[in-house]
Design a protein around this ligand. Structure first.
Ligand code: GUN
Length: 307
């Protein structure tokens, strides 16, 4: 029977630490403010954003939600970019989050490139990607929340990935790509498999760790569905579930069939648990971004005094 990985206690501890940091920043005259943007009228995205807003309220972070999906598709990307440019200039908004996925007719890279790198709490702008593709410090730089959150969770459970064959199912900007790099930096052998991979099943069957970040449960998706079951992994593998989808009735579906995997794995995450780590690191990144902003303001003030 597998050890069940539960992130909730760690999340609660991080949230308390963030609350104290936010209060210190307020005392120093810096508002910590997060703007979350919904570009799609999607139940999963709306639920995630509502949880993030609640976390902000609990830690003293000011927050705003922008429902850009109310604009018609033809003008939505233009409105989204206009909004991001306005938020970039505001002093009471120190972090900007564009909830993903974007509608298929929007250009993800064009949109993300408009976010000011200093306010990029998702770590997805070209500048921040450059940082985490080279050398970084998660206490000072902005890294994608789910990827760094998973590594933090593994550290908490003293799971050392060095030397492991880690198969990541999914190659998203948010999870697959950054996780691949962060795992390499920890001496793992990460492999990203996706819908075109020919040997996905073989690699999964050999893996020491399988991280499932697809979000296409067979219950909802008939094209390229994915669900990890116990018969697909090797005895003693470590299994991490990232992918979650909700339908309009509020039913929840996961990438991992928890029951069957539990009998074979050595460790397995509770199905919702990685979401707590994403939320924890969003709060941490929001504080990091506010500090960067505060330092920049300080520098500008010194610059003005010197002129
Ligand atoms: N969609 C699912 N998780 C996330 C996340 O961490 N950030 C953003 N921007 N969108 C998401």
């Amino acid at each position: 029977m597998a050890v069940i990985i539960d992130a909730k206690p760690l999340f609660q501890r991080i949230r308390e630490e963030v609350r104290s940091e936010v209060s210190k920043l307020k005392d120093a005259g810096i508002t910590v403010g997060l703007a979350a943007i919904l570009a799609e009228d999607d139940p999963t995205s709306k639920l995630y954003v509502s949880k993030k807003v609640k976390d902000c309220a609990k830690t003293g972070i000011y927050s705003e939600v922008w429902e850009i999906y109310r604009h018609p598709p033809a003008s939505r990307e233009r409105e989204l970019i206009k909004l991001i440019r306005e938020l970039n200039l505001r002093h009471d908004i120190t972090g900007i989050l564009v909830q993903l996925p974007l509608p298929h007719y929007m250009d993800l890279y064009r949109v993300l490139a408009c976010v000011s790198p200093e306010k990029d709490v998702d770590g997805l702008t070209p500048f921040n990607k450059g940082i985490w593709m080279s050398s970084y410090d998660p206490r000072k730089n902005l890294l994608p929340c789910t990827a760094i959150g998973i590594l933090d969770l593994l550290d908490h459970y003293r799971i050392d990935v060095s030397g492991m064959l880690v198969v990541i199912v999914g190659r998203s900007e948010l999870v697959g790509k950054p996780l691949h790099k962060l795992l390499l930096d920890r001496d793992a052998t990460p492999v990203c498999v996706h819908r075109k991979s020919r040997r996905a099943a073989e690699l999964i069957a050999e893996a020491d760790m399988v991280i499932c970040a697809v979000g296409r449960p067979p219950e909802l998706c008939h094209v390229d569905p994915f669900k990890l079951t116990g018969d697909m992994i090797r005895e003693g593998a470590i299994v991490i579930n990232v992918g979650i989808r909700r339908d309009d009735e509020g039913n929840v579906y996961y990438d991992v069939d928890f029951e069957s995997v539990c009998d074979k794995a050595s460790y397995v995450t509770k199905n919702e648990t990685v979401g707590y780590m994403t939320r924890a690191w969003l709060l941490k990144n929001t504080v990091i971004a506010a500090r960067i902003f505060g330092e920049k303001l300080g520098r500008e003030k010194i610059h003005q005094l010197n002129r």
